[in-house]
Design a protein around this ligand. Structure first.
Ligand SMILES: [Zn+2]
Length: 251
């Protein structure tokens, strides 16, 4: 269910079983915008049903926060205008040629292109992986992009940060709210760690051992200082205030 959290914003909560992230919906008088596409056609069908049941219209724009599968693979299923940052789109282009048979997946795992966690989560989310379609963006921006939705604004900006160099955030000034995507999270792709699908209870503990890159964190915070948000939300976390966010990334 989409929960209304401020005057113009709804959030559909993250689901851990197949690593589905929080999905934000910003509803304006003219347009509505979804921040993050979802991880699959199944996820998107579920979101569409919930929108219909709640009497909310489907988004006009779908924004991808960064290239990771759980945030981007639902994009094609919306059949709407998809927006992404330039760097994200480069990664998306690359992934359009990925194959999803067992052997190709195993090869990416061995080459370090993919990690155990995503490998298993993709398999679990997609009973039929032949339907995976990676869509590149219809609108691409390099630094910032502002969209007037009618009475409410979405300000997209490239922020980078400790999680992935392509990360963008979405600020909604009227609601003083910031969508972080995963930008505040650790880099799960370029640090060594182990995920065992048979022992998912160890996941949090494993992630807690991964260090934050301190230099990237301070650069990230200095960029966040220019954004006058009150509350924010990460891709797989609860709503936080600024102090909570800074404390988290500085550990
Ligand atoms: Zn991510």
């Amino acid at each position: 269910m989409f929960e209304k959290i401020t005057g113009n914003i709804y959030i559909h909560p993250a689901e851990t079983y197949t690593d589905r992230p929080n999905i934000g919906l910003i509803v304006g008088e003219k347009y509505s915008l979804l921040f993050d596409a979802g991880n699959s056609v199944y996820h998107v069908e579920n979101l569409k049903n919930e929108l219909r049941e709640q009497g909310l219209r489907e988004p006009d724009f779908v924004v991808i926060s960064h290239w990771h599968w759980d945030h981007s693979y639902g994009a094609d299923a919306w059949k709407k205008t998809v927006i992404a940052g330039e760097k994200t789109n480069e990664y998306l282009k690359k992934m359009t040629s990925w194959k999803w048979d067992d052997r190709s997946m195993q090869e990416r795992l061995e080459s370090g292109e993919d990690i155990e966690f995503c490998h298993h989560m993709v398999k679990r989310e997609y009973p039929d992986r032949s339907i995976i379609t990676v869509k590149t963006a219809d609108i691409v921006f390099s630094d910032t992009l502002t969209i007037d939705l009618g009475g409410v604004t979405a300000e997209l900006s490239h922020i980078a940060g400790p999680h992935s160099e392509d990360s963008i955030v979405c600020f909604v000034p009227e609601d003083e709210f910031l969508f972080l995507g995963d930008s505040n999270s650790k880099d799960l792709l370029n640090n060594k760690w182990h995920f065992d699908i048979e022992h998912e209870e160890l996941l949090e503990d494993e992630i807690s051992k991964i260090p934050y890159d301190k230099v990237l964190v301070e650069e990230y915070i200095s960029r966040l200082e220019n954004i006058p948000f009150d509350k924010c939300i990460g891709g797989h976390m609860d709503i936080m205030d600024r102090d909570g966010l800074y404390k988290m990334v500085r550990e």
